[in-house]
Design a protein around this ligand. Structure first.
Ligand SMILES: NC(=O)c1ccc[n+]([C@@H]2O[C@H](COP(=O)([O-])OP(=O)(O)OC[C@H]3O[C@@H](n4cnc5c(N)ncnc54)[C@H](O)[C@@H]3O)[C@@H](O)[C@H]2O)c1
Length: 403
């Protein structure tokens, strides 16, 4: 009985993995172009990342390119245990299980870095967890030849580190992340989560976007595409002007708070919507944070001034103010598309993961000559991603090449 249930779960995971692979065209192009040459033959890779079907496609790609790999989960809550089991059965060590403690998560990353007596030759990091460990408690582990970091927060950590022991490619700063993931994938995922979880129609409503950066431009455009009347709040004059030129109304949050039906923060800053703003909101207003950290909405202040009625285990709540007005908070103020939605589509993760793989492949031949420190992603990686993605969309770029 137990075995039957496990086998049915694993076949479900195998289907999810296959579907993700079918939708990740850039990684497929890399496997087809370079797989037979095994350019990562002899490389020992320690990888930190969410244990999902999409990361499994990246892991399988690295193995097909010839690498030996150990994978450590990057979050206690996102691990897909069945995907982890499938990958383990293919011979890759995976540290992580859903619901593990933060301490076990940390120990998993350390174990991956200690997997080989000579240390890993490459580190693919998320949030600088592994790279930081190699500069602290694991400073005795031999330095890898090359590492890459795929999140902005991780890069901020690395910029603050005194002196890096080895070269690190900033794979976060890529065309894929900035031009595809942020304004299209993430923005779509945020707007669809807000609409679905709130169960509300956007057309005709006032949708306030805090922050007109890479993600905010996309959120504003996609909310407008669904018929919302969009207001932007910004602290940077150049970004505020761009929002005006794109046809959006720009207001300070103190004024937008009183007229908005939906609020989405995507600033990376803390306390963007606070007590004075909540106090003037219309009944029925929907609040969501799309920023990485749960600090953009002052949820503690909101809880302090309202009665709470939980609606879902994902942190959606109705919050009633003293005068009876009701606000809806989605995802408890956490990054809403991950906390309460289905997260980014496989196509979006494809460009991010492919940029990271291409960073390693392109830089590896000259890595031993590179100075320790942060290095930009070579432009040919962006070009490759753009071509492979365009081709998967059926776009023929050959005419431009011939002219
Ligand atoms: N939800 C997701 O899946 C997802 C994906 C990618 C990035 N993110 C997160 O989204 C956030 C924004 O990322 P980005 O790449 O657009 O950053 P960005 O730096 O391009 O844009 C942020 C913008 O917010 C503005 N801003 C800062 N403080 C503000 C304030 N108090 N009020 C109004 N505007 C303010 C800045 O001037 C800037 O223009 C980050 O926290 C990032 O980690 C989330």
């Amino acid at each position: 009985m137990v075995e039957e249930a496990e086998s049915s779960r694993l076949s479900g995971a195998a289907v999810r993995l296959e579907l993700a692979g079918d939708r990740m065209a850039v990684l497929a192009a890399i496997r087809s172009d370079l797989g037979p040459d095994k350019p990562l033959g002899g490389q020992r890779i320690a990888l930190c990342g969410h244990v999902t079907a999409e990361t499994a496609v990246q892991v399988n790609t690295l193995v097909e390119l010839g690498a030996e790999l150990v994978w450590a989960a990057s979050s206690t809550s996102t691990t897909d245990d069945d995907i982890a089991e499938l990958v383990r059965r293919s011979g890759v060590v995976v540290h992580g299980r859903r619901g593990m403690s933060e301490e076990d998560l940390r120990l998993g990353a350390l174990a991956a870095l200690r997997a080989w007596p000579q240390g890993p030759t490459m580190v693919l990091d998320e949030g600088a967890v592994m790279i930081r460990a190699l500069h602290g408690e694991l400073a005795d582990v031999p330095a890898p030849v090359l590492a890459s970091e795929k999140t902005p927060d991780g890069l901020t950590v690395l910029e603050d580190l005194d002196k890096l022991r080895f070269p690190v490619v900033k794979s976060d700063e890529s065309f894929g992340k900035h031009a595809v993931d942020n304004p299209h994938g993430t923005a779509q995922s945020l707007v669809e989560t807000i609409a679905t979880v709130s169960g509300r129609m956007l057309a005709g409503k006032v949708f306030v976007v805090a922050g007109y950066g890479r993600v905010g431009t996309g959120v504003a455009a996609k909310a407008r595409g669904l018929g919302a009347r969009v207001i932007v709040t910004e602290v940077d004059a150049t970004r505020a002007l761009l929002a005006v030129l794109d046809g959006f109304e720009v207001l300070p949050m103190a004024k937008a708070a009183a007229v908005g039906d939906f609020f989405c923060t995507v600033t990376g800053a803390a306390g963007v919507i606070h007590r004075e703003h909540f106090a003037v909101m219309k009944s029925g207003a929907v609040l969501a944070n799309g920023g990485h950290l749960p600090v953009e909405l002052d949820v503690a202040a909101l809880y302090g001034m309202t009665k709470r009625q939980p609606l879902s285990p994902q942190g959606t709540e109705i919050l009633e103010l003293d005068d009876g007005r009701k606000l809806t908070l989605l995802g408890g103020g956490n990054i809403v598309n991950l906390a309460a939605g289905r997260g980014n589509a496989s196509e979006v993760m494809d460009v991010t993961f492919a940029s990271q793989v291409l960073a390693l492949l392109n830089v590896l031949p000259q890595a031993s000559a590179l100075a320790p420190g942060l290095h930009p992603l070579p432009p040919e990686c962006d070009e490759y991603v753009a071509r492979a993605l365009a081709s998967s969309l059926g776009i023929d770029l050959s005419a431009d090449e011939d002219s």
